[in-house]
Design a binder for this molecule. Structure first.
Ligand code: GAR
Length: 210
């Protein structure tokens, strides 16, 4: 059984999708803990209801980033994760933390990386005149919203779209591609080949939303 720990900052809808599909598809894995950097992260209640251990490492209690990272890693390592999953975790993690979990740390970002790392991705994509947007699951490196890409979704922009409408359609694809990436990860279906991720069964690493 592979052990998954998920980090959240807010509502945790990606975390819920992973928890649900892990159980309903009987992955050889278990979400053993959900850890948040804020006590009011709404997703914590869902995890607790499902009998999953929860923990809070409040970033405000650790003003120095390195100390926050160290405390977070101490709490996470108490759950002995094989995979550490960032699901709407809105703190930048330092290089020592990232290195500690290298090769087992995944993130989802609501853009077609390497375009639009950081915040307000949908507004920035609309302002740039993008005709398609999407989401990316990637291995985490020390660079923000950067690293070998596991799977991407593409969502066409429609007339009249605003950032909210667009983010709803992209989020729906996130709930498909993040569990898919995790299922590949826990079943040993991912290989890193010269910095690029290969799906070992030859499954498509692209979801196109019509
Ligand atoms: C998701 O859209 C995720 O891609 C994004 O935050 C949202 C969290 O929603 N993550 C980032 O922007 C990371 N840079 P959720 O809490 O409902 O999963």
């Amino acid at each position: 059984m592979q052990r998954i720990v998920i980090l959240i900052s807010g509502r945790g809808s990606n975390m819920q999708a992973i928890v649900d599909q892990c159980a309903s598809q009987a992955w050889p894995a278990q979400v053993v803990a959900v850890v948040a950097n804020r006590a009011d992260a709404a997703g914590l209640a869902y995890a607790a209801q499902r009998g999953i251990a929860t923990a809070v490492v409040a970033h405000r209690a650790w003003p120095a980033r390195a100390e926050f990272d160290a405390e977070l890693a101490r709490v996470i390592d108490g759950f002995a994760p094989d995979w550490l999953v960032l699901a709407g975790f809105m703190r930048i993690l330092g290089p020592a933390f990232v290195q500690h979990y290298a090769g087992r740390l995944l993130n989802i970002h609501p853009s077609l990386l390497p375009a639009f790392p950081g915040l307000n991705t949908h507004a920035r994509a609309l302002a740039a005149g993008c005709q398609a947007v999407g989401a990316t699951v990637h291995f985490v490196t020390a660079e923000l919203d950067h690293g070998p890409i596991v799977v991407q979704s593409v969502v066409p922009v429609q007339a009249g779209d605003d950032p909210e409408r667009l983010s709803e359609r992209v989020l729906a694809t996130e709930h498909v591609i993040y569990p898919l990436a995790l299922r590949w990860a826990v079943t040993g279906r991912l290989a890193l080949d010269q910095g690029r991720v290969r799906q070992l069964d030859g499954q498509s690493q692209l979801l196109i939303q019509a």
